[in-house]
Design a protein around this ligand. Structure first.
Ligand code: NAG
Ligand code: NAG
Ligand code: NAG
Ligand code: NAG
Ligand code: NAG
Length: 599
């Protein structure tokens, strides 16, 4: 409180100080907390929302000891540190992220000054670092010195209630990280699932009988792989290629589980899962997946989702009999509709993260196949969400994200800061250093980086120390190529890669051929789940946050991918090269080697 008193004094003088003391209402003048320079791409102003439109305001209070949390995360994730594997409990994490009492005081006085009762009107999470309040729009507008609009998406016609900027009293800036919904436009539509369905040209492909007759191909570690896996990927192909074949999971009853996130009203279909097993993993027939609903998320059996089915069929195809958990999180918060305003669309990542973090028990690995161009997320949002992934990692979870399907950037690659420069567009959340970004490969013997595999360098997050050995040689080889088109000091993505084309997925009873880094992330997560199985069945803790391990002792456990490039933004993109590269990362996993290196 002391520092804000000093600032109040210097702003208003002594009489103002007395006034503030009597009624904490008069905090300093509002100043801009976050603003966009232009209306985010693809959106336009549609109409003015009703003054009584209900908003559930979510306020992320400054986490008092977040630096300590991140230090702890690195210690428990560093195989050379004495604390390696000593993951934190829910309460230990909550203690580190809880806001300082001064923060709570200042924010409460601000709420009181707007007629909000901090004890009865406000909901707080376990750590107290998130509060939410349901308020009419007019109240929110006066609290944030802003004016909301209904924005309409030019292609999908979807409508959201947002603003281009919001302000807070200067003294609150150090106590509040983020308030949403405000300037977060990157809603569910744009956080598109990173998968695509291929149209297979029957004249150019071999028949099943012809494929079956081909001799096996020898893989990079001497393994035999069915020749059909070159173009048609099944769980058996992945087990052969990444050498998990013959490994029998033993920790299925000891708490090892994998979590698959579902957004965008993507649902898994139970009948499709059994059909998939009967065709591609007959020994798993009868195995199921547990669906957990977050904020009322559904799992409608009449609309099976390609993305959700892909993710779950492949995690389960690789990890059976390990329990699989599907989290269904809706993009739409339950709201009371009014005549003028559409239902409020919420940002789902933070809701999902807070949900998982609120439980003592959680899966040890997660895969998410959703993301969006980093620049379309307010930086304050990206940083706060990234810190939530750090919390999850500190609890002992490995978090995989698709690196995106746009090469070095989809579309025009223009900056949105008003200057309209061209720069490569990496995808968030894969750019968060606390998650493992997974790029895509295709074909076998050799495996190659595929053109769409998104990679590059974060603008928001600097290069983490775990990349200090791997990334500079790549930059050196690149020299001045693409100078100005990317941030060489940024966190490099992806970290690793796995197959991402020609996956056989059952959707609505039919087999479809699906590709995307959406296929790669579940594949890599499945292998991590088996590594966790091996560790847990040997009485060891799970791997947790993977990157410090992968970039050190893990390196020889990867097959370095040397071919392929990822065009985008009017360039041929980056090349796969010896060592880490910005299309395939460290390469693709070899389970047998990884098991002996890090098991
Ligand atoms: C994989 O398919 C590609 C493209 O059809 C072909 O050029 C390559 O020789 C095939 N590789 C193997 C090992 O069959
Ligand atoms: C899987 O679980 C769902 C939801 O509980 C259920 O409806 C379905 O019948 C189960 N499938 C099998 C094969 O047990
Ligand atoms: C609100 O409106 C949407 C369509 O705009 C509709 O799908 C939804 O069912 C409505 N919800 C309620 C509670 O009326
Ligand atoms: C940048 O692009 C936006 C959107 O296309 C346009 O409105 C704006 O005028 C452009 N600014 C400059 C400096 O070219
Ligand atoms: C990629 O490799 C090609 C062929 O060797 C070379 O011409 C090109 O300059 C390389 N591009 C980059 C960005 O390194």
């Amino acid at each position: 409180m002391v520092s804000s008193f000093i600032r109040l004094l210097s702003t208003f003088g002594f009489s103002a100080f007395l006034l503030v003391h009597a009624a904490p209402a008069h905090l300093s003048e509002p100043s801009v907390k976050h603003a966009w320079q232009q209306i985010p791409a693809d959106w336009e102003v549609h109409d003015a929302p009703a003054a009584d439109h209900p908003i559930t305001l979510k306020i992320g209070l400054k986490q008092s000891r977040i630096d300590e949390l991140i230090d702890s995360l690195y210690q428990v994730s560093d195989p050379f540190h004495g604390r390696y594997g000593q993951h934190l409990s829910r309460l230990e994490v909550e203690e580190l992220v809880a806001p300082h009492a001064d923060t709570v005081d200042v924010v409460d006085s601000w709420l009181i000054s707007h007629g909000v009762d901090p004890s009865s009107d406000v909901t707080r999470n376990g750590a107290g670092d998130w509060i939410s309040i349901r308020l009419p729009l007019s109240k929110v507008e006066s609290m944030l010195s802003t004016k909301y609009q209904i924005y309409k998406h030019k292609r999908t016609s979807e409508k959201i209630v947002r603003t281009l900027s919001y302000s807070l009293p200067r003294d609150l800036h150090d106590h509040i990280d983020i308030i949403q919904p405000t300037t977060m436009f990157d809603n569910m539509r744009k956080m598109h699932a990173t998968s695509h369905v291929n149209k297979v040209d029957p004249s150019s492909t071999l028949s099943a009988a012809e494929l079956a007759a081909l001799p096996d191909v020898t893989g990079p570690n001497g393994q035999q792989i069915a020749a059909s896996c070159n173009t048609t990927v099944t769980p058996t192909c992945l087990m052969q290629l990444y050498r998990t074949e013959g490994y029998v999971p033993k920790a299925a009853n000891k708490g090892n589980r994998i979590g698959i996130t579902g957004f965008l009203e993507q649902f898994i279909n139970f009948v499709d899962l059994q059909t998939f097993f009967s065709k591609f993993r007959p020994d798993a027939l009868g195995a199921n997946v547990t669906v957990i609903s977050v904020d009322g998320g559904l799992n409608d059996q009449t609309i099976p989702g390609v993305e959700a089915n892909l993710d779950n069929q492949y995690t389960e195809g690789i990890t059976f009999p390990t329990p699989n958990i599907f989290y269904s999180t809706p993009g739409t918060a339950p709201t009371i509709n009014d005549s003028v305003t559409p239902p409020q669309r919420d940002e789902p990542y933070i809701d999902w993260l807070n949900f998982v973090l609120s439980h003592d028990d959680m899966p040890f690995s997660f895969t998410t196949s959703y993301g969006g161009d980093e620049q379309t997320f307010p930086k304050e949002f990206a940083v706060r969400a990234c810190n939530l992934f750090a919390q999850l990692g500190a609890r002992g979870a490995s978090i995989m994200f698709s690196s995106g399907d746009g090469g070095v950037g989809a579309g025009t690659c223009e900056t949105n800061d008003g200057t309209n420069r061209t720069i490569f567009q990496p995808v968030f959340p894969a750019t968060c250093p606390f998650v493992t970004g997974v790029g895509a490969t295709f074909q076998i013997a050799p495996e190659k980086g595929i053109f769409f595999s998104q990679g590059g360098f974060s603008v928001y997050f600097p290069r983490p120390s775990f990349q200090d050995k791997a990334v500079p040689p790549f930059l050196q080889k690149l020299g001045n190529t693409y100078k100005g088109l990317f941030t060489p000091g940024g966190r490099g993505v992806p970290d690793v890669s796995a197959q991402g084309e020609g996956f056989q997925v059952v959707v609505g009873g039919e087999v479809e051929s699906v590709g995307g880094t959406s296929a790669s992330s579940p594949t890599f997560a499945g292998i991590v789940t088996l590594l966790n199985d091996f560790r847990i069945s040997n009485g060891k803790p799970p791997l947790g946050f993977l990157n410090p391990l992968l970039y050190s002792v893990g390196v020889p456990g990867f097959v370095d991918i040397l071919l392929g490039n990822n065009p985008g933004c009017g360039t041929p993109g980056f090349n796969a090269t010896e060592g880490w590269d910005a299309i395939t990362g460290l390469g693709t996993p070899d389970f047998v080697k990884l098991k002996s290196l890090i098991g």
